[in-house]
Design a protein around this ligand. Sequence first.
Ligand code: ZN
Length: 489
Amino acid sequence: MNSELVIYNTLNRKKEKFEPINPPFVGMYVCGPTVYGDAHLGHARPAITFDVLFRYLQFLDYKVRYVRNITDVGHLENDADEGEDKIAKKARLDKVEPMEIVQKYVNAFHKNMEQLNTLPPSIEPHASAHIIEQSDMVKQIIKNGFAYEVNGSVYFDVEKYAKTNNYGKLSGRVLEDLQSNTRALDGQSEKKNSFDFALWKKASPEHIMRWDSEWSEGFPGWHLECSVMSTKYLGEQFDIHGGGLDLQFPHHECEIAQSKAATGIDAVKYWMHNNLITIDGQKMSKSLGNFIKLDELFVGDHKALERAYSPQITKFFILQAHYRNPLDFSNAALQASEKGLDRMFKAYDTLQNLKSSVTSTFNVNELKEKCFAALNDDLNTPGLISHLFDGVKFINSVKDGKATISETDLDELKKLYNDVLFDILGLKLEEKSSAENSILPKVVDLLLNLRLEAKKNKDFATSDKIRNELTEMGVVVKDTKDGFEWSVE
Ligand code: ZN
């Protein structure tokens, strides 16, 4: 358990040794999806990043409680305070109940997460099932003097909070700047300051999702649910809070303020943020229409896609970048990941059938140490993968008779690849359909037999054509004295 894991704490802007508050227990909260549409590439990155963390902490024998919420109330178009509820809007357009929209997209999200082979969280609480707890926290914040009611809505008093607390400590925002940036927009607002945020909003007559409260019939502010559900399931203080960089401000900054205002203590020890995915160098955004849904990615149905990329290729692509670095999606990058993953899995297969010798010509222990040093260094998955590729070279040279491995080292190496590839990174061997598996090799054999016949008949044009086109597809053909051998590049 005394691991060397170091993680970058966004709160303190530095890497820190991971020391849980109450070992061996670890509480981990990650902001989950708002369920009014299909999951896209942007959802895959936090899901995969925090899945690796969840898996690795368990690998280190910590008892982890991983909570990831489902946002199914009060998430308005313009952050927390203005505009129409996105779920209600979708329900109105589709002429269904809002909760049908919620269920449909929760199901779809779970399917995508399973395709990516991420583990389900320990608890997946819905905001709509925690209205009472949310209203209780609002009461507590009012009682502590950090919120005020206007016309049935309750707002967090940021200015008052900032007098005794550091509002902006996570995002580095300065209150004076927020003030000057937003003052111009004021006027009709019922808030004291434009940067105040809603804890409870009175529902407009057309608003469908609404609950009774002592202030009005309305719905909770977006930020509130995470403070409430993390406290409920992980306690007033817990170890890790994660999410995408886009949530750092205002969402996480507001969570910090709410929790502190309610309980008087800082809730989170380590804040972790994954960076975002861009598409061909551009930010994913509604206006650019460049959101790629995971379902589209997996079947190749989007104008930006040259073809389909499987869930495991997508996952390997994401793992090949450090989670705190930006990651640019392109067809070329995905295709490179596909080749890489294929090479890795082929070597894994080879490893299972290697023959041991008396001695090793490679230091397996050193490889293992390097792999875990990379993981311990703030989940440096690209570093880890590059060490695994060093191992791949060795595995292939043992196969080719150019290197040797002892029996103990062989067992160690098999364990290392099993642990890291499957248990920690959570990769999965993807089965091609059994029809594909059984028919395709026969088709290649058939073509190569036709080529042999053509050669016998001195029809070199046909024989070359078959060989060249197969080569183009990545089939490596080798002539032997008995006929031919082939393999896929
Ligand atoms: Zn959240």
